[in-house]
Design a protein around this ligand. Sequence first.
Ligand code: ARG
Ligand code: GLU
Length: 719
Amino acid sequence: MRKTFLLIMLSVLLVFKAMADEGMWIPMLIGKNIADMQRLGFKLTAEDLYSINKSSLKDAIVQFGGGCTGELISAEGLLITNHHCGYPEIQSHSTVDNNLLANGFWATTRADELPNPGLKVRFLVRMDDVTNLVLKNVTPSMAEKERQKLIQEVAYSLIDSAKKEGVGYEAIVRPFYSGNQYFMFVYQVFEDVRLVGAPPESIGKFGGDTDNWVWPRHTGDFSLFRIYADKNNNPAPYSPGNVPFKPKKFLKISTKGVKEGDFTLVYGFPGRTQQYITSHAVNLLINQSNPHKIQLRDARLSIFNRFMNANDTIAIKYAAKHARVANAWKKWIGETMGLNRLNAVGKKQELESMFAAWAASKPDLKEQYGWLLPKFAAFYNELAPLSLVVDYRNEAVYGVELLSFASRFERLLSMVFDANADRGKLKEQSDNLQEYVRDFFKDFELAVDKEVFASMMQAYYERVPREYQPDFLQRLTEQQGNWRKLAGQIYSQTVFADSVRVLTLLHDLDSTNAKEFINDPIFSIYSEFEGFYRRNVQKRYFEITDSLEILYRYYVDGLMRMQPDKRFFPDANSTLRIAYGKVGGFSPRDGVVYNFYTTIDGIYEKSLQRDVPDYVPPKRLMELYQAKDFGPYAVNGTLPVAFIATNHTTGGNSGSPVLDAEGNLIGVNFDRCWESTMSDVMFDPNYCRNITLDIRYVLFIIDRFAGANHLLSEMVLVQ
Ligand code: ARG
Ligand code: GLU
C-alpha cells in the first residue's frame, strides 16, 4: 500500500513539475510566487504588484462592465480594453447615418467623448482574508444551512462597514478553494465612463467568427474609454461638469516588443474555471454535456447560416446572435478535443487513486476523506440524466427565441391574476416588458426561429429519454409526425409572432388580455416544458449540485493536505488575479508549428481570400500597408499585430493588461487559442496560449490610421 502510494505520488509530482505556467494567483498572496516569477525574468517585487500602503499596479486595473478587464494608460483617466468588451457601448452610439461600428470613432476633444449610462468600472481598493472571521462560529458538525447562515451574517456585516469607508465603495465576500477560505474585496466604483475611441469593426473585429479562438490572429481588438470623477476625484453619476479621473497609478507603455521566452504577466478578472473537478465531472462534461450542447448549436448555427447567406437583412439582424452562439460552441469543441487529447479523465483518475490511497493510509484521514470518492461517483451518476435535461432546457427550449421570449411574460401574467399584486409594480413591469418587446423584434426573424423551433423540438424528442419528456411532446408528435409542419402551424397561430398585437395586449393588460397570452400555443409549450422541469428535475438537480459543492470543500481541503508542498491556486471567480508565463509558439498538431507573433502581412494575406467577409480590412489600412507607412512601430519592415504566451487565462480576462518584466504594458489580452480552451479544467503548457494584441499595433492605429495624436500625447511610452 505505502509503496504504491509513493510511486503514484512520484509520478504525480512529475506531472506537476511540468506545469510551471499554470495558475491564476491571488494578488495579495503573490509573494509566495515571486521567487518563481523572478526566476522567469520578472524584475519587480510583490509590493509593486499589490500594496495597500502605496500605489501599485493593481491601482491601474479595473473590472470593466460585468465581464471584462480594462487598464489605465494616462494620468487623465484614459482606459484601454477590448473592442469586443466595448461593443455594446459602441453599438449603442451607432445609427445608420453615424455608424461607429462600421466607421470607428475618435473623440477629438474631451467634449466629444460619449457617456454610457449603465457602464461601470471597479477598482480594487483592497482585499482581506476574512476566513477566520467568517468561519468563527462554524463547527464541523453543524448542518450546512446553519453554516451558510452564519457565514452570511458575518459577511454582510463586514460588507456593510467596508462600504462606508469611501465614496462609491462596494464590497463582496467570496469563497475560495471551494469554500475553505473567504476573501473580502473592497471596490471603488465609477459610473461616468465615456467612449473615447474605437477602430472600425473591420479592424477591431477583423477575422470575426472565422478567426474567433484561432491562431494565427490579426484582430485589432481594442477600444478606449475615459473615467470621469467629480471635482474631488471621487466617483459621481454622469454630469457634464465631471472631470477626468486622476488614477493613483497608470501603466507605462513599452514599445520594445517581445521575443520568444520573454516573461509576461496578465493582471485581470478571470471569470470561472473548474480545476479541481473529479474524473466523473470531466467525463460528464466531455462525453455528455459538451457533445449534446455542441450538436444543438450545430443545428441552430446551420439554420442561421442558411438564412444569413441568402439574405443581407437577416445577416445583419443575426450577426450578434450568431457571434454569441458561435463563441461558446467553438470553445466547447476545442475544450472537448483538448481534454480528450490530454486524457483528462485518466489523469484525474490517477489523482483520485492517489487520494484514495492517501486517505486509506491513516485512520483519521480515512474518517475525514475516505468516504468522498464513492459519494462523488454516486452523485454524478444520479446527476447525469438531470443535467441532460438542464442542458436541453438551456439550449433547446431557450434556444428557440419565441420560447425564451414567452418566458419573459410569466411573472407579469401571474401578477395580473394575483389580487394582492401591487398595481404600480405591475404597470412598471409592463412598461419594461414593452420596451423589451420593441427591442426583441428589431432583431427577430420569424422564418429563422420557426426552423429553429422544429429542429430543437425534434432534438428534444429524439435525444432526451422518454421519462424526462413532458407528455405534450409525445402527444404533439403522435398528432403531427412532422416537426416542420407542426412548427408552421404553431408559428402561424401564435400571438407572440405579432409585435403590434403583443404591444396592444400589454398596453391594456387586464385579465382578458392576459388570458390571450396564457392560452397561446407558444406560451403553453413554454409552460409545459417549464412546469415539467420544475416538478421533476429542478429540486433534485439543485440538491445534488449543492451536495457536490460540499463534497468539493472536503475534497479540495484533502488535496491540499495530501500535497503540502504544491502551490494551489483557487478557481477563477471574477476576482482580480495574476497569471504569468512566457512568450512562445507551439505545435497544435503533427506537422504544424505556430510562430509566436503575427504581423500586418497576415492581414493583407487574409484579405486576398475575397469570399470571406470577415477578412475585409479598411482600404486606408491597406494603403498604409502598401506604403509601409508604419511610423516608429515597424519591426524588420513590417508591423507586429498579436502574440501568444503561456499565461493561464479565461473568459473575463479580455481586456487585461499584458505586462513585461518591468511592469510596462506590452499588449492587451483578448482571446485564447482553440487548442488551449481545456485550460478551464486542465492546463497544459504545451498547448495553452493566451492571445495578446501587441500594443504597437494599437499605437499604430491611433497614430497612423486615425491620426488621433492628442491621445498618444497623454500616454507615457518607454523603450
Ligand atoms: N473568444 C473571445 C471570448 O471568449 C472573443 C469573443 C468575441 N469575438 C467574436 N468574434 N465573437 O470572449
Ligand atoms: N475572449 C475572452 C473574454 O471575453 C477571453 C478569452 C478566454 O476565454 O480566454 O474574456
